[in-house]
Design a protein around this ligand. Structure first.
Ligand SMILES: [Zn+2]
Length: 162
């Protein structure tokens, strides 16, 4: 019997998170690095635990009480108050560096980004942007448009600064 926790096709392990309501910036940063992260804004502890169990998400929180709840199966207690250092804590703890997929997930809503042809979004962007850039992606969930250039450069700079 194969006890290894790898689905057929043997893709890389997937890390999914749910960040509590005090960790909004951390949630954004994780999405920026490509990790599926729910921001549990205004959810009760009970609901957070339910979602975590149901969707196999690691709970991220600074809250001792939540993290010591016996029902919590996968949780990581964040120590730092600085979002950038919080991100480093998570990255180092789970060895996430090799799983980065920048420019793949919407920082606003956690939706997946898809490639999009320039003419499909022509009406939604200023001509100047379209003159300078040619590689566009769109959030499949909220429709926000990203392009290589300002967004992408900022992400790359941020990620390499970690
Ligand atoms: Zn989105």
């Amino acid at each position: 019997m194969n006890l290894q926790n790898e689905p057929t096709g043997a893709g890389p392990p997937e890390f999914r998170f749910i960040a509590d309501e005090h960790l909004g910036r951390l949630a954004k940063y994780l999405r920026l690095c490509g990790f599926d992260t729910i921001f549990a804004d205004s959810l009760t502890d009970r609901r957070i635990i339910e979602i975590s169990l149901h969707e196999h998400r690691i709970i991220l929180s600074r809250d001792k009480e939540l993290m010591s709840n016996k029902k919590v199966k996968g949780g990581f207690r964040i120590l730092s108050e600085s979002p950038v250092r919080q991100l480093s804590e998570v990255i180092n703890n789970y060895g996430l560096r090799e799983h980065f997929k920048p420019f793949s997930r919407c920082t606003k809503c956690n939706g997946l980004l898809e490639n999009v042809q320039e003419d499909e979004i022509a009406g939604q962007l200023p001509q100047r942007t379209r003159d300078f850039f040619s590689d566009f992606r769109r959030c499949s969930s909220c429709g926000k448009i990203y392009w290589e250039g300002s967004h992408y450069d900022r992400m790359k700079k941020f990620i390499s600064s970690l």
